[in-house]
Write a protein that binds this ligand. Structure first.
Ligand SMILES: [Zn+2]
Length: 380
């Protein structure tokens, strides 16, 4: 979703989103990550071999479901080098994923694809550059352009006081008994909120103040095909995703897709301002017929069942919102009417409060975006 940068620094983006979505966004913006093992360290990532020679490092579930997401990474180990996808939220986190990589290969990382501009996918790039000075960092033209106003410039001008003020805000929310979305703290939310506020104050704030952000070196509009030994890797832009410039990495021989936040598990993000285009982009990914999909957050998917469910959920929501908007319903009325319960039941396990909250975040952003898109189509 939208977790990335700096809450007070993204006025353009905030102006474009709904009040509800912005509230959630604000949170994420400022937050970053942390750790299971302690208050002051990044998450304990897990290495998973997707197919022989292709690995994913996955953040713990509780982080993946919180505003403290770090993002999964993918490592494609070739005969003499490695392609990496995404660089986590901090250099300390990235070093942890690189340590896991070193457990399976000594090959250097030659390329790093940053799937989109959100901070949880590339604020750790400094650790990659330090470890591999010859590294080429790659992104779409659009993603690179977005990094300057959304992250690079805000981080450049941000004062140390911003971090203490933001940490105090998280404490205030916690002490007031609400989460970042303003929801009352249930036991599950209390646990997550406590993790987030401690991580921000004791881990992320220090990391962020030492970051040196450098924009990608190589950009593309539609695609790049990389060759290394027998390996073929396609870096693709297939259209609007969670952001306007999302890239994916596709291994045509192995049928492995690193999807970035175009697909997030177990509930998608809804950052796209044009949901119908996002669904269309996901259909383009579906047409690749992937056998394994590494989402930007959450568990590795075998087959396309989850991708199909996400496409169906978005398309059904967009269709319902369009119909009601065309009939003259207000956004408030649409929000009350469109509950998508059948899809909710397929994504949210029974008695899983954390995933249920994520669903509420998802639908709470998707409906206003779909409504705005419908209104722009009808000129109303
Ligand atoms: Zn993300």
């Amino acid at each position: 979703m939208v977790m990335e940068s700096a809450m007070h620094d993204t006025n353009a983006r905030l102006d474009a989103c709904t009040r509800y979505a912005c509230l959630v966004l604000s949170l994420m913006l400022a937050l970053p990550l942390q750790a299971q093992s302690g208050r002051g360290s990044p998450p304990d990532f897990r290495l998973q071999e997707v197919v022989p020679g292709v690995f994913a490092t996955l953040e713990p579930r509780e982080w993946a479901l919180s505003p403290m997401v770090h993002g999964n990474s993918v490592f494609v180990v070739n005969e003499r080098d490695v392609l990496a996808v995404d660089a986590n939220r901090t250099p300390a986190a990235a070093r942890r994923t690189l340590d896991l990589l070193r457990g399976v290969t000594s090959n250097p990382i030659r390329w790093l694809l940053v799937t989109h501009w959100h901070g949880d996918h590339w604020l750790g790039v400094q650790a990659f550059r330090e470890a591999f000075p010859a590294l080429q960092v790659i992104a779409t033209d659009t993603a690179r352009q977005a990094m300057f106003p959304m992250l690079i410039e805000p981080f450049r001008i941000r004062q140390p006081a911003w971090y203490s003020t933001t940490a105090d805000r998280y404490d205030s929310l916690f002490n007031a008994g609400v989460d970042v979305a303003g929801r009352p703290l249930t036991p599950a939310r209390r646990k997550t909120s406590d993790m987030v506020r401690n991580a921000f104050r004791h881990y992320y704030a220090a990391e962020a103040q030492g970051m040196r952000l450098a924009a990608p070196d190589l950009t593309f509009r539609d695609s790049i095909r990389l060759h290394s030994g027998k390996r073929i890797i396609d870096l693709l832009f297939v259209g609007n995703g969670d952001t306007p410039g999302d890239a994916v990495a596709w291994l045509p021989a192995e049928r492995v897709l690193a999807a970035g936040d175009m697909l997030v598990h177990p509930v998608p993000y809804a950052g796209s301002q044009v949901p119908s285009q996002w669904a269309k982009s996901l259909r383009s990914l579906r047409a690749l017929d992937p056998l394994h999909i590494v989402p930007g957050h959450g568990e590795v998917q075998r087959g396309t069942a989850y991708l199909d469910l996400v496409i169906a959920t978005i398309e059904a929501t967009v269709a319902q919102v369009r119909r009601l908007q065309a009939e003259g319903a207000s956004l408030e009325e649409v929000t009350k009417t469109v509950t998508m319960e059948a899809f909710r039941g397929r994504m949210v396990p029974a008695n899983d409060a954390a995933v249920a909250d994520r669903w509420d975040d998802f639908l709470g952003a998707l409906i206003p975006n779909a409504y705005a898109e419908a209104a722009s189509r009808t000129g109303s």
